[in-house]
Design a protein. Structure first.
Length: 81
């Protein structure tokens, strides 16, 4: 999203707030995948890492909380577990 320079700090804080609402483990893994992807020489190995990450995240309490909160139409409470 492009914003005028004088609105940049406000827009950045709003964007950071949106990211902070997400499960911390998923955000951390997304950062790791992006960083690793920038350095990847082997796309197959990177895809294997992404597959591993997705499977690992689907076994977390936060994943279950996300599904349950959606089904119950309430805001999720993520705990980083």
């Amino acid at each position: 999203k492009g914003v005028p320079h004088d609105e940049l700090l406000k827009a950045t804080k709003e964007f950071a707030g949106e990211i902070a609402k997400n499960p911390p483990l998923a955000v951390g893994m997304a950062k790791a995948m992006l960083y690793r992807g920038m350095l990847a020489d082997d796309i197959g190995a990177h895809m294997d890492f992404e597959n591993y990450t997705q499977n690992m995240l689907m076994s977390t309490e936060d994943f279950k909380e996300g599904i349950n909160s959606f089904m119950e139409k309430r805001e999720p409470v993520f705990r980083g577990k």
